[in-house]
Design a protein around this ligand. Structure first.
Ligand code: SF4
Length: 122
């Protein structure tokens, strides 16, 4: 049997959740203030996922980088491949919040979108 402590990231409470488990079967769980904490730990044990907020090079704007994010969390193991794609991308101003940068990045059913309006430099 394994024991581990997780910090739930679903809400700002950030509960510290102590779990005893074997494989993906949970035997005991303590510290979660609601059921979402149990779902979070189950997800972490079976298919941990993360979202990414990063930036992409942009031409023709006042600043050299534009902030972007994923529309859905992706498997933790794929973060490196997705970051490579984000680092290879570039944009040309103007761009607006929600504009598509990379659709279905790495085939993971998550898009990279712009999170900042950036106008063309006059
Ligand atoms: S267990 Fe519930 S209350 Fe605690 S951080 Fe997670 S979602 Fe929030």
């Amino acid at each position: 049997m394994n024991s581990r402590t997780f910090t739930c990231i679903i809400c700002p409470n950030g509960c510290e959740i102590q779990v005893s488990y074997e494989g993906d079967k949970i035997h005991e769980i303590n510290g979660n203030k609601c059921k979402k904490g149990l779902q979070y730990v189950e997800q972490e044990l079976t298919d941990p996922r993360r979202t990414i907020a990063s930036s992409v090079r942009i031409k023709g704007a006042e600043l050299p980088l534009c902030s972007v994010r994923l529309t859905k969390p992706i498997p933790k193991k794929d973060i490196f491949s997705v970051m490579e794609k984000i680092n290879q991308a570039d944009l040309t101003a103007p761009v607006h919040i929600g504009d598509m940068v990379i659709k279905n990045v790495c085939g993971l059913d998550s898009d990279v979108i712009v999170t900042k309006d950036m106008e063309r430099l006059q």
